[in-house]
Design a protein around this ligand. Structure first.
Ligand code: NAG
Ligand code: NAG
Ligand code: NAG
Ligand code: NAG
Ligand code: NAG
Length: 781
């Protein structure tokens, strides 16, 4: 420590015995090291005051520059460059920079922010084994986090925001038992989070905003100290993260969450900031959130949260901003949010709220109800096809909002103070840390959006939704004649193209009686269930209202557009198309059978008597067969609404025995058409059935002689025989004796497997020995 001398004497000493003087203040090697750092950093202006005579330990600390010493060693080094740093020149070597830093092995706190550092973080950083806090934000560091980092066993805070680090977050995180702050905002990390995060029970701040992380968030409920959780601008999902209820900041904005909110939100009594906007959260929004004791910011906009607001709702008066827009909320605006709204920002447009005086547009009540229904459907579908849909990842460059910065600073202080008990701390640094909360956070708004409607692929459909009339009119070019596809008992069909480019088919159903939107809700709910891989599925609906009253004039039902012609054309249009192979025919039959199975067993109430025809089976671009004309409840007799079951049609009469077997018969005819390669009039079915029947028991050659010539040499006899057998059974007179749809499916799968096994064995078209059959029964889902 500095000796107490008279000022004059000191001055003399400094002037004459320079070297001796600073040896007393700081080991000369440290001085040389610091000056070398200055040189390696290319003489940044922030270090202009450093020269060989500087008394490093005793210069005034600034927020951007300080050196903290303890007993002639440096324990803290803070250098913060300009806000928009230039990358250091080519001759900068991060490796030699760290080699130099290693000469100060006593460093506990290292802040090197906005200095233009570039290169991969060298593994030799692990040599600075005393490090407790590292903040190297806003540089140009890239590559992976070095494997050797766990050697820094004292590390409490690792802050690498705003760099270009990439790769997965390593699984060795649990080797930092004392880690309290992990800030990796604005990097290029990807992959899912390691489960080892779950065991970092000291964690207070976990900030991973704006990376490319995806997948589910590990269970954080054991992190009882966790106060800041910032995961915005990633692709996390689908479930709301499990956390302990001491969270202060919870930011999940712009991810792929689509679950409901946890039930215990009302127990988050420390929660100040809650931002879950731009996800697809569903289910009820807990109104207790408004009255949490510490809450000051709520943003749930652009989700699908439902629920009813009340005028008399209570809310915390310190709420500064509430954004509920674009959800499915109904009810009345809470008085406590509307009044004294001068300083409070309150947004609620795009819901279905009543009597909003202000200028925030609302949907009709019906919109929120149907959308909520659609959400329910979406959820069920997701449960069924777990993980089928390919996620389309889209990332924008967005600056994070450092909501928890002040808190972070506070935590730093606490940590430093705690350590201070046994070591040091200059008062300068304390104030510095607090003043550091002036964040350098940039805010660039993102114009890019994750494409909402995914390409109407064959695997996953876009979620069911309500369309606006404008959309329908634009899509069909105002029902231009060129968009006309056909007209049936259920109304006219038009082709259309949505804004995102996807093609749709729109059925318009004119109504004869005047009805209000809400009369249709039950109906729409039912219609919205017609979604399956092997159905031409319903994508949504739209109401057209009369201008004078709000009665419904027309209903539009929007279907996916299936582009590739009907199954019929693929076996009969020899001039235009290559006819389907045997394998493709079996696949198509399986598709149709699965569609029937869906209509019979997965929709409630079941849909029978679909009057299936080969012309109504459409093929998509991947040759997936889809049933286009099923017994959807007729909207034309909607006038009977209110007089009982609006879905009533003759086929719903329970007294008809074996009602499901009508479809089986129709399916048998389609099978026959596939086998024989031509369309069949109903009066010929019986004759042809007998022909098939007899050929089953005759020899191979006879069998082949009657089938479609284009498949004659390419189908395995065993497979053909199975198909013929099931076809004949479907066509028996007595409905009860026809096979069940499950039975049909099993046989088709069997025929397919035999054929595949054979083709796999030998691709020649001659018959060859059957390879061993797969022994298991197939799974139909
Ligand atoms: C890097 O190059 C610049 C000139 O481009 C020079 O001024 C500087 O001293 C060099 N730095 C090092 C560490 O060699
Ligand atoms: C070192 O910097 C101080 C100001 O920080 C200045 O007064 C002094 O003259 C400088 N010394 C040399 C040798 O440049
Ligand atoms: C993660 O990023 C790295 C490098 O940027 C890349 O090689 C890797 O394929 C990515 N992994 C995933 C699963 O996206
Ligand atoms: C608030 O209003 C709703 C209906 O508008 C009522 O059911 C509820 O009891 C009221 N709550 C309070 C605390 O007054
Ligand atoms: C890292 O240091 C910079 C500059 O001092 C500061 O603005 C930022 O808040 C620090 N990061 C954290 C997480 O404390």
């Amino acid at each position: 420590m500095k000796k107490k001398l008279y000022p004059k004497v000191l001055l003399v000493l400094v002037t004459i015995f320079l070297s001796i003087s600073y040896t007393n203040q700081l080991q000369s090697t440290h001085t040389r090291t610091l000056l070398r750092i200055k040189r390696l950093l290319n003489f940044p202006s922030i270090l202009s005051s450093w020269n060989s005579t500087t008394d490093f330990c005793n210069t005034d600390s600034k927020a951007s520059l300080s050196v903290v010493c303890y007993e002639q060693t440096i324990t803290q080094l803070h250098i913060v460059g300009e806000t928009k740093p230039q990358q250091l020149p080519k001759n900068f070597s991060i490796d030699s920079f760290f080699t130099t830093l290693l000469r100060i092995p006593t460093l506990k706190v290292l802040t090197l922010v906005s200095l233009g550092l570039w290169g991969p973080l060298p593994s030799k950083i692990s040599g600075l084994s005393s490090l407790e806090i590292v903040n190297m934000s806003s540089n140009f560091l890239y590559g992976k986090i070095p494997q050797e980092l766990p050697l820094l066993s004292n590390l409490q805070a690792l802050i690498l925001d705003n760099n270009m680090f990439e790769g997965h977050l390593p699984d060795w995180l649990d080797s930092f038992p004392s880690l309290t702050v992990l800030n990796l905002n604005q990097n290029l990390f990807n992959g899912s989070l390691p489960d080892s995060l779950s065991s970092l029970t000291n964690m207070r701040v976990l900030s991973l905003s704006h990376n490319r992380f995806y997948g589910s968030v590990p269970d954080l409920s054991r992190l009882v100290n966790l106060q800041v959780l910032e995961l915005d601008d990633n692709s996390f999902g689908p479930n709301f993260p499990r956390t302990y209820n001491k969270l202060v900041t919870c930011v999940l904005r712009n991810n792929k969450f689509r679950s409901s909110l946890p039930d215990n939100m009302s127990s988050y009594y420390q929660l100040e900031r809650f931002d879950i906007s731009e996800n697809a959260f569903v289910g009820p929004f807990q109104l207790e959130l408004f009255s949490l004791p510490a809450i000051s910011y709520i943003n749930i906009s652009r989700n699908k949260l439902s629920g009813m607001l009340f005028e008399n709702l209570s809310c915390n008066s310190i709420l500064e901003e509430v954004d509920l827009s674009s959800n499915l909320l109904t009810g009345r605006l809470p008085k406590c949010l509307v009044s004294n709204s001068n300083d409070r920002k309150f947004l609620y447009g795009g819901n279905c709220l009543e009597e909003t005086n202000q200028n925030q547009n609302q949907h009709e009540q019906a919109f929120c109800h149907t959308e909520a229904i659609a959400v329910g459907i979406g959820l069920n579908e997701r449960k069924k096809h777990k993980g089928v849909s390919k996620t389309v990842l889209a990332f924008g460059i967005i600056g994070g909002i450092f909501g928890g910065i002040s808190l972070v600073a506070l935590i730093f202080m606490i940590m430093i103070r705690r350590r201070n008990g046994k070591t040091i701390m200059t008062k300068n640094s304390k104030t510095k840390l607090i003043s550091e909360k002036a964040a350098s956070g940039k805010l660039i708004t993102d114009s890019r959006h994750v494409p909402k409607a995914m390409k109407f692929g064959t695997v996953s459909l876009p979620p069911y939704r309500a369309f606006s009339l404008e959309e329908i009119v634009a899509a069909t070019n105002n029902f231009d004649t060129t968009s006309f596809i056909g007209e049936g008992s259920q109304g006219q069909m038009n082709r259309g193209q949505l804004k995102d480019g996807s093609l749709v088919a729109v059925r318009s159903v004119k109504l004869s009686k005047s009805c209000r939107t809400r009369d249709f809700m039950q109906h729409i709910e039912f219609i919205s269930k017609f979604r399956h891989h092997h159905l031409v599925s319903v994508l949504g609906h739209c109401f057209e209202h009369y201008l004078d009253d709000s009665n419904v004039r027309r209903i539009f039902i929007v279907f996916e557009y299936v582009p590739n012609g009907s199954l019929k054309t693929w076996i009969t249009d020899r001039h235009y198309r290559k006819s389907l192979t045997w394998t493709q025919r079996i696949e198509a039959a399986i598709g149709v059978a699965k569609g029937i199975n869906f209509l019979h067993t997965e929709i409630v109430p079941s849909v029978y008597s679909n009057n299936l025809k080969i012309t109504d089976v459409l093929m998509d671009q991947n040759f997936v067969a889809k049933i286009s004309s099923y017994n959807m409840p007729l909207l034309s007799n909607i006038g009977k609404v209110g007089q009982g079951n609006i879905f009533k049609s003759p086929s719903f009469n329970k007294s008809v025995k074996s009602e499901d077997k009508f479809d089986i018969y129709d399916f048998g005819v389609i099978l026959m058409e596939l086998i024989l390669g031509r369309t069949i009039k109903s009066r010929n079915v019986d004759t042809l059935k007998d022909l098939l029947q007899s050929s089953i028991t005759s020899d191979d050659e006879a069998r082949r002689s009657i089938i479609d010539s284009s498949i004659r040499n390419a189908c395995l006899d065993q497979s053909l025989k199975t198909m013929m057998e099931i076809c004949v059974r479907c066509l028996v007179k007595e409905p009860e004796e026809r096979p069940s749809i499950e039975d049909v499916l099993w046989n088709l799968q069997f025929a397919s497997q035999v054929q595949d096994a054979w083709r796999g064995d030998s691709l020649s078209s001659d018959s060859s020995p059957i390879s061993p059959l797969p022994s298991q029964r197939m799974n139909f889902h």
